[in-house]
Design a protein around this ligand. Sequence first.
Ligand SMILES: C[C@@]1(CC(=O)O)c2cc3[nH]c(cc4nc(cc5[nH]c(cc(n2)[C@H]1CCC(=O)O)[C@@](C)(CC(=O)O)[C@@H]5CCC(=O)O)C(CC(=O)O)=C4CCC(=O)O)c(CCC(=O)O)c3CC(=O)O
Ligand SMILES: NC(=O)C1=CN([C@@H]2O[C@H](COP(=O)(O)OP(=O)(O)OC[C@H]3O[C@@H](n4cnc5c(N)ncnc54)[C@H](O)[C@@H]3O)[C@@H](O)[C@H]2O)C=CC1
Length: 305
Amino acid sequence: MNNPLYPAFFRLDRLQLLVVGAGAVGEEKLSFILKSSPNARVVIVAPWMGEELKSLLEEQHGAGARSRDPLSLVVTTQDEGHLARSQVQGEGQGSQVPPAAAEDPALAGYWTTAAGGSVTWLARAFRREDVEMADLVVAATNFKDVNLAVHTAAKSARRLANIADTPDLCDFYLGSIVTRGPLKIAISTNGQSPTFAKRFRQWLEAELPELETTSLLDNLKTFRDRLTGDFEAKVRQLNAVTNSLLSATHTGAACQCPAGECLVEAAARTNSAPSSSLSPSGGRGELLPSGGWVGPSAPGTEKNT
Ligand SMILES: C[C@@]1(CC(=O)O)c2cc3[nH]c(cc4nc(cc5[nH]c(cc(n2)[C@H]1CCC(=O)O)[C@@](C)(CC(=O)O)[C@@H]5CCC(=O)O)C(CC(=O)O)=C4CCC(=O)O)c(CCC(=O)O)c3CC(=O)O
Ligand SMILES: NC(=O)C1=CN([C@@H]2O[C@H](COP(=O)(O)OP(=O)(O)OC[C@H]3O[C@@H](n4cnc5c(N)ncnc54)[C@H](O)[C@@H]3O)[C@@H](O)[C@H]2O)C=CC1
């Protein structure tokens, strides 16, 4: 097996992303990026923008004609994750929009999200100095030579680059993404079958219940925050409760919590690790909603993992 990819989870609110090309592929990349990271800071460079991407940006923030005069754009949104046309302020929004983009005469669109993200569109062809304003660069134009020029510029400026039509030139691949509350799953097939990544994402989305997954992780956080003792004791106790969780899912069977109890307490008894006073609900038992974990079988139950 030759699959040496190393996954990492980027904080896109702390990085500047440049996407070159805004057609079908640019739209696909951006729709997944913005869905997963509505707080992302994105600059798009492309002479024209595809209708689907325009709709994604326009529909989600309501009406408003695109304008080349950024000062005529207005702030409107309230909803987290939704994009709204907003006033570009080179100085005030300096942390959001690179000054070079805010001052660019090609500025053709600007949207912000309530989550703190922004999308800035420069309607012109790529220039190699564009990479200077970015930490991460995605090239998604329909011209191989333009994509290659993006790669060359990114590499000479030591920026990380994704070149959508040439996996061999990519520093990183974009993956399929599943989000369930605090749980984020990224899927890659090492570039072999993006369609499988998409299908596997859809399967996970269907199998992983939103509410239960979220409440399980929220409760585990509460449980974790309440633990006392040294690092080893905490690891032991957390392994104890989650070991029981994995055992229940390993066979694919739903968890069999005794009525009114939960896996935390069952684990506390069988592993005699955390006392029931450490259970997140103070003994009432709410780690798992009644009916238990209904996700897919756990792939393995290695110790201490
Ligand atoms: C290497 C990589 C680089 C990168 O783009 O990061 C790459 C490269 C290429 N994709 C191509 C084609 C398609 N890509 C998709 C879809 C997705 N592609 C994504 C990622 C990646 N695609 C990276 C590897 C990820 C991995 O390791 O598995 C996903 C997961 C994430 C995302 O795009 O955000 C997203 C699914 C999101 C979702 O739905 O969850 C579909 C299906 C569809 O659109 O329905 C098709 C058509 C069917 C097919 O070919 O499978 C082509 C040929 C282009 C051509 O022929 O012209 C190349 C270039 C080549 O392989 O040479
Ligand atoms: N990685 C992936 O998942 C996939 C990659 N691809 C590849 O992605 C590439 C892009 O395809 P589409 O989006 O369908 O093309 P498209 O024709 O829909 O869009 C091209 C975009 O590039 C922009 N563009 C053209 N010249 C430019 C320049 N000099 N500077 C900046 N932007 C410029 C255009 O304005 C437009 O926004 C193709 O080469 C295709 O092989 C295709 C499917 C999936």
